[in-house]
Design a protein around this ligand. Structure first.
Ligand SMILES: NC(=O)c1ccc[n+]([C@@H]2O[C@H](COP(=O)([O-])OP(=O)(O)OC[C@H]3O[C@@H](n4cnc5c(N)ncnc54)[C@H](OP(=O)(O)O)[C@@H]3O)[C@@H](O)[C@H]2O)c1
Length: 335
């Protein structure tokens, strides 16, 4: 099936995002486009956003096999290259799904994403979650995963190190590891990851972990940088705080004449993070990229936003259960 992609009409684009330099020597745009459709959008909606966003100036696209939309995004990426966007300009990342962590499944998992995305190498490849999941989702007593095991994680990670040596991926990424797990993991990794993807937004700033990663030359990539306002119901808990309604952020947004979402993105980049906001709306991805290029937050505003942090994690991993599982907090070693 093929799709007619629509170009975004904007008098302001294309724009160029500034870049960070990774410890590997490669550079990466300071903002990317997320592609998890949150059960609300189709693969074609997302592919169309990728197409429009790249024409507007985005170069980093954050994909995952688990998002179910890589085949459609692959068509958009192929079309963009036919229209003159070079492969070298793009920064395409994907993620290994939890059901493909066994040694013999890692490279097939990676190659499936490469085929779907129509790429002969990826700029980055993450281990999506740091534990194994059974392929059969219809398991008894809700047990669908195995708990984290350092040796198993390293077995998976070493396969990705081989993928770097084979030129299939340029950088390795980790995701959803706690700092405690990270310390032991780094001791045993032969190739240091270039980036770690983690939930970061003003209400959940994870300052200590961010400092730790930067101290090791690993770039923190902020997922759900706006606090995932459209996340499915099963991920919304009583007491969750939303940046989009927070009086301090709303007030700063009013002063800057932008949506509170754009304040979250400015805050993220001004903190040396790499946000990957999701949206399929051209006016939103345009505002997010423009937001990091103009009208920065003042030191006083940055300070005020620091005060918003209330440790409100929203991507809890509450879908994942194992034998003897008591709470989602086990994922983060908080019990
Ligand atoms: N590694 C992991 O485990 C992991 C976990 C979660 C996410 N991610 C990645 O991070 C990406 C982003 O996270 P997310 O999708 O959870 O949440 P998010 O980016 O914090 O929030 C996305 C929502 O924010 C709204 N939005 C975006 N820009 C806006 C703007 N300028 N003005 C107003 N509203 C705006 C959109 O709402 P509307 O749709 O209503 O317009 C959009 O659906 C994902 O797509 C995925 O690539 C990775």
């Amino acid at each position: 099936m093929s799709q007619t992609f629509l170009k975004t009409k904007s008098l302001e684009g294309p724009l160029t995002a500034p870049r960070y330099r990774l410890y590997t020597g490669k550079t990466i745009p300071k903002i990317g486009l997320g592609t998890y459709p949150n059960g609300k959008y189709s693969g074609w909606d997302v592919a169309n956003a990728v197409y429009g966003a790249v024409h507007f100036g985005y170069r980093l696209i954050d994909c995952a096999f688990g998002y179910g939309d890589e085949p459609e995004i692959g068509q958009a990426l192929e079309r963009l290259q036919r229209e003159g966007i070079s492969r070298e300009e793009l920064f395409i990342t994907s993620k290994l799904i939890n059901t493909m962590h066994e040694k013999e499944k890692v490279l097939p998992g990676l190659k499936k994403s490469m085929r779907d995305l129509r790429m002969d190498y990826l700029d980055g490849y993450y281990i999506h979650w740091p534990f194994r999941q059974f392929e059969d989702q219809d398991v008894k007593d809700d047990v669908n995963c195995k708990p984290y095991c350092h040796e198993e994680y390293m077995e998976t990670y070493h396969e990705l190190e081989k993928a770097v040596q084979e030129g299939l991926i340029l950088q390795i990424g980790t995701s959803n590891l706690s700092q405690k797990k990270y310390e032991k993991f780094l001791e045993d990794a032969s190739i240091k990851p270039a980036f770690n993807q983690m939930e970061i937004h003003p209400c959940f700033a994870q300052r200590d972990f961010v400092r730790y990663l930067k101290g090791h030359g690993i770039l923190p990539v902020a997922y759900s940088p706006i606090g995932a306002p459209i996340r499915p119901k099963q991920y919304v808990f009583d007491g969750d705080v939303s940046e989009l309604q927070h009086p301090i952020i709303v007030e700063i947004a009013r002063k800057h004449g932008v949506h509170p979402a754009v304040i979250c993105i400015k805050w993220s980049v001004q903190n040396g993070l790499l946000p990957i906001p999701f949206t399929v709306e051209p006016n939103e991805y345009i505002a997010n990229l423009k937001g990091i290029l103009e009208d920065p937050l003042t030191a006083e505003e940055m300070e005020k936003i620091s005060g918003v942090d209330c440790g409100c994690r929203i991507q809890r991993g509450n879908d994942y259960h194992w034998e003897g599982h008591r709470s989602w907090k086990e994922v983060w070693e908080e019990v």
